[in-house]
Design a protein around this ligand. Structure first.
Ligand SMILES: Cc1cn([C@H]2C[C@H](O)[C@@H](COP(=O)(O)OP(=O)(O)OP(=O)(O)O)O2)c(=O)[nH]c1=O
Length: 199
């Protein structure tokens, strides 16, 4: 298989597709639906790395075509605790109330699997985010938009929660769902995306 074949993004996240498009990478989408509950005693970064690899391997196992598979997982970590997506609107209010006025970390792990050689490069990137103090009204208005429901930590930095963010240290795209600077480096390393294809 030629190294110029499109990579396969094992993700249903429209944000991840947009970020790959912006990076000029040729890809197609083959979502992987896997259970995302943390295992007992699993630490945050370990959890995200495991899910990223499982997503890449699930898509690779199912798809007849494709050599390089990208899986990713984004979580919000507050005081060492993992926040995934909210289960309902009350859960979203609870998460945003906890994040209000504090700093937290957004971890996105990705895995790039070469199906031919079974080489899998994994990496977790951390971004520090500080929220301003949020009022009950701000939280309730934001949750009513429905935007938090499919987002880790119940917020989208690229959407209606942009003005909640007082500080960000590290990769912005990592918070949105893929650390594209690091991912592009990994795609070069594994031979999935030759430099001459860059836009
Ligand atoms: C913190 C934050 C998360 N998110 C999103 C990125 C991810 O799509 C989502 C975290 O859920 P994930 O389980 O990482 O991804 P997903 O279920 O959307 O897609 P898939 O598993 O198929 O790859 O939260 C934002 O869009 N903006 C943000 O500011």
């Amino acid at each position: 298989m030629a190294a110029t074949d499109p990579v396969v993004l094992a993700s249903a996240s429209p944000r991840r597709s947009e970020l790959l498009e912006l990076a000029g990478i040729r890809f197609r989408v083959a979502p992987a639906d896997i259970p995302e509950e943390p295992m007992p005693g699993e630490e945050a970064v370990e959890h995200a790395l495991r899910l990223a690899e499982e997503k890449a391997r699930a898509a690779a196992g199912r798809e007849a075509d494709g050599q390089f598979f990208i899986g990713a997982d984004t979580i919000v970590v507050l005081d060492g605790r993992i926040m995934g997506k909210p289960t309902d609107q009350n859960d979203a209010v609870r998460m945003l109330t906890e994040l209000s006025g504090k700093g937290h970390e957004v971890v996105t792990a990705y895995a790039v699997l070469d199906k031919q050689s079974n080489v899998c490069i994994k990496r977790a990137v951390r971004t520090q985010v500080v929220f301003k103090q949020l009022s009950e009204q701000e939280i309730s208005d934001y949750v009513k938009t429905g935007c938090p429901m499919d987002k880790a930590g119940a917020y989208a930095i690229q959407g209606g929660a942009a003005h909640f963010v007082r500080e960000i240290h590290g990769s912005y795209t990592n918070v949105v769902g893929l650390p594209t600077c690091e991912l592009v480096e990994t795609l070069h390393t594994i031979g999935a995306w030759p430099k001459e294809e860059q836009h």
